[in-house]
Ligand binder design. Sequence first.
Ligand code: SF4
Length: 500
Amino acid sequence: MDRTALDITATTERLYVSKSKFLWGHQCRKLLWYAYNAKDQIPEADAGQQAIFDQGHEVGVLAKLLYPGGIEVCADATDFEQVLQNSLAALNERKPLFEAGFVYNGAFARVDILNPVGKNEFDILEVKSSTGVKEVHLLDLAFQAFVYNGAGLKILRCYVMHVNRDYVRRGPIDPKKFFKLVDVTRKVSAISKEIEPQLDEMFSVIRLKQEPDIKIGPHCSDPYPCPLMGKCWSFLPADSVFELYYGGKKCWRLLQDGVVNLKDIPHGVDLTERQTIQREVANSGKPHIDRKALARFLKRLKYPVSYLDFETFNTAIPLFDGLKPYQQVPFQFSLHRQSAPGAAPEHHGFLADGRVDPRPEFLNRLRDCIGDQGTVVVYNATFEKAVLDKLAQAFPEHAGWIVNVKRRIVDLLKPFQNFSYYHPDQHGSASIKSVLPVLTGRSYADLEIQEGGQASLEFLRIHFGDVLEAERLKVREQLERYCGQDTEGMIWIVEAIQRL
Ligand code: SF4
């Protein structure tokens, strides 16, 4: 994530490598080349990525509260030179500095928090919205320490300040308890030697007339999904070996051996049962149907059947008391109940409103309409059960009926996860978004909200953001349609299975 407000690569005559570009270059030199030579071809962050950046920013703001009297070095800086000047001038204050910028050997770094210690030394702290220290954080700090030390500062210790996953909100957020401070000085020192040679090589790559010839590989999504995947991966056909169910390293070995299409996987290759089905249907073009297994699944449904789906959001900084960081908060459910096979379903739903904790109302409404008999069909029971468990923990007065609901749950994902039915157009996915079109011809394409992540962002935007009432009402309608389609879609899927 580049929180550098100024585009260092483009606004200065000299070439600089910022931390974010260094991390890109570390992941792939080709991506680095594009960042400097064909930036317009790198897609902007999408709404989901932007939400992650925004969340990181909010966490960063909270961390600063731990350093009262700290100086926001670049608050009024309009250009790169000013960032450097302000940072240099602020050093003498011997106060914590936020995002002070320094350069060394063509590298530019802005550490989240530069904290003066002893007489003339500093600690550097990077604030992360993750709940642990990751390998990439060490490289991040090694780069920053390299620049700061090179610029003449004496860096004593390096810290990662990350979110404490065990923190439970009670009243206003307490930053002291919300964060964990991890001293990673030793680990950072161990890799600090790598920085300078890598930087030298990166400058050579940036100056190449043409993009470096780098093939796709596991590095494309490690540590982050590369923004150029749409471009570099476009040569792969729709039925490529990367659709193999839990293919992992096998996909890369196949590609290395020149096998691109699923249907061309040689018979000597060790495939799982499900992967073998994928190769078969890629060759035949027809779906694989295990009618006995599907019949067994249908037998488990006891009417009245309630088709149930939850929508949830989760935030790094818990919005309400009793929540932990990133805990799923259910804000919507849709329930379609069918009294008998083929009967017209009756619909119940709940969509939270306002800025209050939606869970109590969610529970009351669900309890009132779920009944105590018949199967409860969900798509991906692990998720729904986990949400119910957390609700029962937080609101023990509801635990009794929640146990009853959990006992009645049947997972509609299972027949597709087990490949009792598999259509080539599922492209290796068992999600409802892939299964619904191949079995029923219907899809989510005409809905404004098309998946759960988007639903959660939209809910947060219209209830916690600054939006006009008309927009809020419009999006609430879209949310109702989306969640309703998930449960009605399950009925269509079950009916399609019955016809099979
Ligand atoms: S998609 Fe892969 S190969 Fe292409 S630039 Fe990104 S990391 Fe490099």
